[in-house]
Design a binder for this molecule. Structure first.
Ligand SMILES: CC(C)(COP(=O)(O)OP(=O)(O)OC[C@H]1O[C@@H](n2cnc3c(N)ncnc32)[C@H](O)[C@@H]1O)[C@@H](O)C(=O)NCCC(=O)NCCS
Ligand SMILES: Nc1ncnc2c1ncn2[C@@H]1O[C@H](COP(=O)(O)OP(=O)(O)OP(=O)(O)O)[C@@H](O)[C@H]1O
Length: 208
């Protein structure tokens, strides 16, 4: 089974590409969706995060906007949050891979926003990076409610730059020229991977 990592900086089009891959019939594991479940009422991260960041605990769930306002721009707080969340996400990822192997899937996708930053790239066979020009990224992200120039700058500072991601990628999917082109490129990438007899191995060590 080939495990394909999908990543890209904020607003570059990961979620859209993940949906397109799912439409091509490929099982996709969405790390962001796991984080959403962990923070919602009944989620496994509500209690530990509520203890670490009581101001974000509202009605037995974690208020994402409050938590974001608290941690983006405060590196120590963000690291503390990551130390709680990342192991839980990783566990779900492992269960997904095991389930997919049992089902004898040929190709699965791990959609991980921080694939390079968290070392998750070591657990995949190839990496797809979605990318678009910086001005479009800014337009897309700043159009979101609650997003500010300062918050975007803080998030970008925690992520490795898009130019670096593109260099580390096996395939770059452009998302600045419409959905049809992106879908076509995804289709080609999937076909090429499936035609390979064995899974490509990731080779390069990544020094952050
Ligand atoms: C702080 C939280 C609650 C804010 O939620 P909110 O819905 O407001 O924003 P959202 O999750 O959509 O994040 C916005 C963007 O910030 C970026 N981002 C999120 N977490 C991080 C992080 N730890 N480091 C760098 N960038 C991050 C992503 O590119 C994301 O697209 C949430 O981002 C979170 O729980 N982050 C920590 C978990 C994490 O590391 N997630 C990303 C990979 S699994
Ligand atoms: N190929 C594309 N063509 C045109 N618009 C796109 C394309 N991909 C994404 N978009 C648009 O860009 C915006 C951001 O896309 P998306 O939500 O997929 O990004 P993301 O990388 O998942 O963001 P985040 O990292 O913040 O979660 C959305 O408004 C989406 O409609």
């Amino acid at each position: 089974m080939i495990v394909l990592g999908l990543t890209g900086s904020i607003g570059m089009g990961k979620t859209t590409a993940a949906r397109q891959l799912a439409c091509l019939g490929i099982p996709v594991h969405d790390a962001d969706a796991v984080v959403h479940r962990l923070l919602a009422k009944g989620g496994a991260a509500v209690a530990p995060i509520g203890r670490a960041f009581p101001e974000a605990l509202v009605d037995r769930s974690i208020d994402r906007q409050r938590l974001g306002a608290r941690v983006f721009g405060d590196d120590i707080a963000l690291s503390r949050l990551e130390a709680i969340i990342h192991p839980l996400v990783r566990r779900q990822e492992r269960l997904f891979i095991e389930r997919s192997r049992r089902r004898r899937e040929r190709l699965v996708v791990l959609d991980v926003p921080l694939l390079f930053e968290t070392g998750a790239w070591r657990r995949v066979d190839a990496v797809l990076v979605v990318s678009c020009p910086a001005f479009l990224q800014e337009q897309r992200v700043l159009a979101r409610p609650g997003m500010t120039v300062e918050k975007l700058a803080a998030i970008r500072q925690r992520q490795i730059p898009d130019s670096r991601k593109r260099r580390l990628a096996d395939v770059v999917i452009p998302t600045g020229a419409g959905r049809r082109l992106a879908l076509r490129k995804l289709h080609i990438a999937v076909r090429v991977l499936l035609e390979k007899k064995s899974a490509p191995r990731r080779r390069r060590p990544i020094d952050k």
